[in-house]
Design a protein. Structure first.
Length: 101
């Protein structure tokens, strides 16, 4: 049982494949457009139930309960040495000389 007030994530279909725009790539047109939203659960529920949540902006959304206490998993990708070189060039230009010496 997942209690009312828990921080959760839901998934809902925004557009079914037949509702999607014709100018999309074929692979994209074949799948539904999905929305994932995090918020506070408005009633006791079980995983995969259709539920309502309240988002941090106060919107009420409904969808399939897919996660409890979801974390943020984004990052800025793998290390790229070119970015460090750009940083060195910019700081040297702004602050003079070789900034890292």
């Amino acid at each position: 049982m997942i209690k009312k007030g828990s921080w959760v994530q839901i998934k809902k279909i925004i557009l079914n494949p037949e509702q999607r725009a014709n100018n999309l790539p074929e692979a994209t047109k074949k799948v539904p457009l999905l929305l994932w939203v995090k918020g506070t659960l408005l009633s006791d529920s079980e995983m995969n139930d259709m539920v309502e949540i309240k988002t941090v902006t106060g919107r009420i959304e409904s969808g399939e309960l897919i996660d409890v206490n979801p974390s943020y998993l984004h990052n800025y990708g793998k290390y790229m040495p070119e970015i460090q070189e750009i940083d060195r060039i910019v700081k040297s230009t702004l602050f003079g000389g070789d900034y890292y010496e």
